[in-house]
Write a protein of this length. Structure first.
Length: 267
């Protein structure tokens, strides 16, 4: 299986790429939105749209020439996925067609800074690849609130969601995003899967289940919807896409670990 590793880089140190085992079956493509201070050949992109813009740019411009498996990741992937190199070097042949690769958003000695809280992460050990390489998936309700494996709240995200609902005049932010991004195979009565930090592997077929026009629509919203989200800043659409990639690529269909939870059963 041919694998392409797509790296969305801003200012991160990419020395960790040297630790990926060389193979004729692996190609590394770096998109650089930051300073030209790396020795790696990179494709220069404007610093817009977070990693979501980078991923969409790659898909749209390589739609007919995608690798069998594409690993999308940020320049600081090991911060979010400490086992990331092992996942690539040892386990990529064991990935599901849609495979989250993030262990958490952040880990800290101070439990107040952990995201998600450690008990939430430990509750999904069944998802670890070969029982060793850590990955984590949560399920959210229509307000982008984590419900499974445990309910918990994040003050920053709550404020973002409330601002989003007020700005667009909506009550159901998940439904709104499903409709504007034209997401398919979504039942709004069920919780949806989410993996932090937008680090995942996707086979060619799940990507091509959606058309180029589908990705162009999302790209247009990401670039041109600049309604104010904060002080002198537009609403950060990339934060919503981070939480929607598993829906976009149909984790429900392409990962055997998908779980079904009806929202009305959760109180």
């Amino acid at each position: 299986m041919k694998t392409e590793i797509v790296v969305a880089r801003y200012k991160e140190n990419l020395d960790w790429l040297k630790k990926i085992k060389k193979s004729k079956d692996i190609k590394i493509t770096v998109y650089n939105k930051g300073p030209d201070d790396i020795s790696i050949n990179a494709i220069k992109l404007p610093n817009i749209g977070r990693e979501s813009h980078t991923y969409l740019y790659h898909i749209i411009n390589n739609y007919d020439n995608l690798a069998d498996q594409t690993i999308f990741c940020q320049g600081d992937s090991i911060f979010h996925s400490p086992d990331f190199l092992d996942l690539i070097n040892k386990y990529r042949t064991k990935f599901e067609p849609v495979q989250p690769l993030t262990a958490f958003y952040s880990e800290a000695i101070d439990r107040q800074l952990e995201s998600p809280p450690k008990p939430v992460v430990e509750a999904t050990k069944n998802l670890w690849i070969d029982g060793k390489a850590r990955v984590h998936v949560e399920y959210m309700d229509n307000n982008f609130t984590p419900i499974y494996p445990y309910f918990y709240t994040d003050t920053m995200v709550i404020k973002l969601i409330e601002k989003f609902k007020s700005l667009y005049g909506i009550d159901n932010p998940f439904k709104f995003n499903v409709e504007r991004f034209r997401l398919k195979n979504v039942d709004l009565d069920y919780l949806f899967p989410m993996s932090y930090a937008a680090i995942f592997a996707i086979n060619k077929q799940p990507i091509q289940d959606n058309s180029v026009d589908f990705y162009n629509n999302i790209m247009s919203i990401l670039i041109y919807d600049i309604r104010p989200g904060g002080v002198d800043k537009p609403m950060d659409q990339g934060l919503f896409l981070e939480r929607l990639w598993m829906v976009i690529f149909n984790y429900k269909k392409y990962n055997k670990n998908y779980l079904t939870f009806q929202t009305f059963l959760i109180i």
